[in-house]
Design a protein around this ligand. Structure first.
Ligand SMILES: [Zn+2]
Ligand SMILES: [Zn+2]
Length: 337
């Protein structure tokens, strides 16, 4: 089969590999759609910590069942969504039903070869039905699930004032799921005007703010002086994560959605005076995937607006570097095969 392999940072090639053979009880999938995200760009640029090359990227995946074990849950030809978080089922976290932060977690396309290839074998528990979704919508479930999970971590109350920092795909997912909670006002902050305008056009529930000199004052006004009940940082930037605490109200919470390699510093008196919560959010669980699937079914996700770019998978080695050079207008690119 054909695979797209990142052999070393900056080098993406088409490689002929042998077709995978499913272990007993596993299904074989024909890959159909592969969403691209910041993680893939990081891997390509050599910025991902602890990543081993060569690597087949691809963790935002949908496909079709090609072969299924006898008495399996799926039938040949079924369209499916893939959960790329392969958890062990046995560690302290898995036993608490938190497989999203499994001690031994392996993410397809990051820690193990992913979906930028023709066929993939997986255990049935990593696969959900995509009935009623387009294949491209099915490939968007994973990144939206990260937003849905972060919102569940934030435990929003009715009428909460929410700030999402970072208007990339993950931040937009967070903002959408926050807006589904009762009477929540959602502000979105980004350094990039183009992204803020895109976000504002996505939902009437969003108020956009660009990082500029008086933005702190404007955010304070937006919340009538209180600052925000829950702040989500989806920037992947340590300075922004530190700054996000300034936007959190007394008794409020700050959810770190994206991860950085750096240490995060904050003032303890500031933190204590607010009795603030700082909450980590990592990946997503099955319940988050199901929540996203449900919201797509009910037409609440502007999936065609989010899917800004498309490419044939075999053209990706040529296309990916151009998107890294000029990412303007790029929200969610999806590779097809
Ligand atoms: Zn992703
Ligand atoms: Zn585990």
């Amino acid at each position: 089969m054909k695979s797209i392999v990142c052999t070393e940072p900056g080098k993406l090639i088409i490689e002929e590999r042998s077709d995978p053979i499913p272990p007993k009880g596993w299904v074989t999938l024909k890959m159909k759609r592969i969403g691209l995200c910041g993680t893939d760009f990081h891997i390509f640029k050599g910025l991902h910590p602890f990543l081993e090359y060569p690597r087949v990227m691809g963790h935002e995946l949908s496909g079709e069942i090609l072969e299924t074990p006898r008495n399996g849950r799926f039938s040949v030809g079924d369209k499916v969504i893939i959960n790329p978080y392969l958890s062990c089922g046995d560690c302290v976290s898995c036993k608490k039903s938190k497989s999203n932060c499994c001690v031994n977690l392996k993410v397809l396309g990051v820690h193990t070869d992913g979906g930028m290839c023709e066929f993939l074998c997986l255990p049935e528990r990593a696969i959900y039905s995509a009935r009623g979704l387009t294949l491209s919508e099915a490939a968007m479930v994973e990144f939206l699930s990260i937003g849905a999970h972060a919102v569940s971590r934030g435990q929003l109350l009715a009428g909460s004032r929410i700030l999402v920092i970072g208007a990339g795909p993950i931040g937009l997912g967070v903002a959408l799921f926050a807006s589904f909670e009762e009477a929540c006002a959602v502000a979105i902050l980004d350094v990039n005007m183009e992204r803020v305008v895109f976000a504002e056009n996505l939902s009437d529930a969003f108020s956009g703010f660009v990082v500029e000199d008086d933005v702190d004052e404007r955010l304070r006004e937006f919340t009538k002086g209180d600052m925000f009940d829950v702040v989500f940082d989806a920037t992947g930037n340590a300075k922004s994560m530190e700054k996000s605490l300034d936007y959190t109200s007394h008794g409020g919470a700050c959810v770190f959605v994206s991860v950085v390699k750096d240490k995060i510093k904050f003032s303890d008196p500031f933190f204590h005076a607010r009795e603030m919560q700082i909450i980590g959010s990592r990946n997503a669980n099955r319940v988050d995937f199901e929540n996203v699937i449900d919201k797509i079914h009910s037409g609440k996700i502007p999936s065609s607006e989010l899917n800004s770019h498309n490419v044939n998978l075999l053209d990706l080695p040529r296309q990916l570097p151009t998107w890294i050079e000029d990412g303007s207008g790029l929200v969610k690119a999806i590779a097809h095969l």
